[in-house]
Design a protein. Structure first.
Length: 392
């Protein structure tokens, strides 16, 4: 058994994750552990300090960091689901304020290591940027697609951790090659009904109102956790009665596909906003208006391929119904119901084009051509073609 790593550790944990990351640091490192959070209830505990008071001090004073370039700010703002929904001026002010807060925190404590979850919003993005500047090693974690696995990555980059034994590899391949199985992160995938849509609608807007009240009671209106509900709605991904779009999907997609004489290109839609979309795609312009990008892509490719489009099961009821109507108007586009097993779809295609997700691995293992919009982790595992928005 390997011994603990020597060094001082800075831990940053978000809501409901404070205990987990403290234990990770405690079991991994032998040294002082400094803990911070941006959530008031966590910060009230014995271990975690709240960085938000310092943030508001900088924000109210309108202070700006000299370390940030305009490109830095653009990347931080447009990749964060909350900041890109605010006015650019307000978002920029928040970025400068948080950068100054984190910069002082790291400079004061001088940690050797930084431990947290993978980057999925602007505070973690800034923490990783500042730690890199101060030569602090970042160890950030995200749950893997395979049960009981964790990936060590900040922005989706590949990091070698260990070499698994052959039996572990065989078990994993067996799971990925089972055409009757699917990756659903413990959730049951079934047909999306209006009843489920109504319940999701009620839950979403109840949370929205509750968080608005809490933000006022806590005097913390710019906290990411509170803002995430409001801005999620502003981006157009809210649950709305008008977003019930089941009729747009083609239950006879297999018959229509059999009649096609062209090569079939499969485009599984991404869950957005999500860290693997917001921070793992290389071209930030794809993220700023994902649906518009997909529509433009399909419009250009429809003259060459039959396009099979499948919605991510967790996005049902969140995108506007008009998006699916626009897709249906493009010749050669077939919309597959979200509850259909992804591996069943992959067996019927020639090529797959995707941004992020396990569909690329599933397709590559079945000998399909995989074209990605940015999957740095997978490039170490398979030969893939990677493109960006400027690729013709």
């Amino acid at each position: 058994m390997m011994g603990k790593i020597q060094g001082k550790v800075l831990v940053f944990a978000c809501r409901r994750q404070t205990k987990f990351f403290f234990e990770v640091a405690q079991r991994t490192f032998d040294g002082e552990i400094i803990c911070y959070s941006d959530w008031p209830s966590d910060a009230g505990g014995r271990r975690y300090s709240n960085l938000m008071p310092s943030f508001y001090e900088h924000y109210n004073n309108g202070e700006r960091s000299k370390q940030l370039t305009e490109e830095d700010i653009k990347q931080i703002v447009y990749r964060c689901r909350v900041l890109r929904a605010l006015s650019y001026e307000k978002a920029t002010r928040m970025v400068h304020s948080m950068y100054l807060t984190v910069e002082k925190l790291v400079d004061d404590h001088q940690p050797d290591y930084f431990v947290s979850r993978s980057v999925d919003y602007y505070v973690l993005d800034i923490l990783c940027r500042v730690c890199k500047r101060f030569n602090v090693a970042s160890i950030t974690l995200i749950g893997g697609s395979i049960s009981n696995t964790i990936i060590v990555t900040r922005y989706g980059e590949y990091n070698f951790v260990r070499k698994p034994d052959e039996k572990e590899v065989e078990r994993t391949l067996e799971k990925l090659l089972d055409n009757d199985s699917l990756i659903s992160f413990g959730k049951k995938i079934k047909r999306y009904t209006f009843k489920e849509h109504a319940l999701a609608f009620a839950n979403f807007w109840f949370k929205n109102v509750a968080f608005k009240i809490l933000s006022l009671l806590c005097r913390d209106p710019l906290n990411y956790r509170f803002l995430s509900s409001f801005t999620y709605a502003e981006e157009g991904y809210q649950h709305s009665f008008y977003n019930f779009s089941f009729p747009q999907f083609n239950s006879n997609w297999e018959n229509e596909l059999d009649e096609s004489t062209r090569q079939v290109l499969y485009i599984p839609l991404s869950h957005i906003p999500e860290c693997t979309t917001d921070y793992w795609l290389e071209d930030v312009n794809m993220i700023r208006d994902y649906e518009e990008f997909i529509l433009g892509l399909c419009d250009q490719l429809s003259s060459h391929f039959t396009l099979l489009i499948k919605e991510h099961w967790s996005m049902m009821g969140r995108r506007k119904a008009s998006f699916y109507n626009s897709l249906k108007e493009i010749p050669g586009v077939i919309l597959v119901p979200s509850e259909i097993n992804n591996r069943k779809v992959i067996q019927k295609i020639d090529k797959i084009l995707l941004g992020v997700g396990t569909s690329g691995i599933e397709a590559a293992l079945r000998g399909k051509c995989v074209v990605t919009l940015g999957l740095p982790l997978r490039r170490k595992l398979f030969r893939t073609y990677s493109i960006n928005q400027s690729t013709r």
